[in-house]
Design a protein. Structure first.
Length: 287
């Protein structure tokens, strides 16, 4: 239950505000978002869990774009004929029935028809940030009877869509945890993960993150009940879904101080009895 509560906190407050209006179409009242406003308008909504798309040209009523199935459950692709007729015969042969593809198609038509039209399609640019960090951890998913805290160091490449304030990003992270006098365990970890910035300001952000997949190369020294000492080394691959939280604080034009609580809990790896301690402080910058 505690894990579910923490998970809800990490991803709470995700909200996108759209400009929506009510329209009556063939006796049905729908709240539609106008995605494109031009010679040909594109509107859409989600109704009973399914996307529905509509178009409107000047002086004409709103028309729904349909993609129904025939008796053999094969898509009839009526939307292609509708759009071809409304766009002076522009080719729809390879057009997919998806919002992104419909936006691109309608936008391209408006660009051709109206020299004053401002395109609605943004070309995505990929940005990269390089970061280094260090901190303390008690390796919460490893047996650690004395709850020993050890030093960790690491680095990462963060990948994001380079708009003004990107909310979503992926990261590839490598880190090393050292052993201690009373805890002879160390590991090198490579992790692939995702971040969502639920507070996203120009000077700082607060995010939830999840490590989706990890590879660990670990080594340990231990003794059995009779005092016999052993050395163990191994490699493991996991999809643990380890959740954490963090913050980026902007300093200068391209740099950020980072604070992270990297390993709060995991969905598919058990905590070994100690409350998680996994703090780090670092610095990252745009490449």
């Amino acid at each position: 239950m505690k894990n579910l509560f923490l998970l809800a906190l990490l991803f709470f407050a995700f909200q996108i505000n759209y400009s929506q209006e009510n329209y009556t179409i063939n006796g049905e009242t729908l709240e539609l978002k106008k995605e494109i406003d031009g010679e040909l308008d594109l509107l859409w909504t989600i109704n009973e869990g399914k996307y529905r798309y509509f178009v409107k040209s000047d002086g004409n009523p709103i028309v729904e774009l349909k993609n129904s199935r025939d008796e053999n459950k094969i898509f009839k692709e009526e939307y292609k004929t509708t759009l071809s007729e409304l766009t002076d015969g522009n080719s729809t042969e390879s057009l997919k029935f998806r919002l992104y593809d419909l936006i691109a198609y309608v936008d391209a038509f408006n660009v051709l028809k109206d020299s004053t039209y401002t395109t609605s399609v943004k070309k995505s640019k990929i940005g990269f940030r390089l970061g280094l960090f260090s901190g303390l951890t008690n390796n919460p998913f490893v047996e650690n009877s004395k709850n020993s805290k050890v030093l960790l160091i690491g680095g990462e490449i963060e990948i994001f869509e380079a708009d003004s304030l990107p909310r979503h990003s992926g990261f590839l992270q490598g880190r090393h945890t050292f052993d201690a006098e009373d805890f002879k365990y160390s590991t090198n970890e490579a992790a692939l993960g995702y971040r969502y910035r639920f507070i996203n300001k120009s000077r700082y952000s607060i995010y939830g993150q999840v490590k989706l997949a990890t590879v660990n190369i670990s080594s340990s020294n231990y003794a059995d009940s009779e005092g016999e000492k052993y050395y163990k080394k191994g490699t493991s691959f996991d999809a643990p879904f380890i959740f954490g939280i963090g913050s980026d604080i902007k300093i200068g034009e391209n740099g950020y101080i980072t604070l992270a609580y990297g390993e709060l809990f995991a969905l598919f790896i058990d905590n070994q009895g100690n409350f998680s301690t996994d703090f780090s402080v670092g610095y990252k910058f745009n490449l």
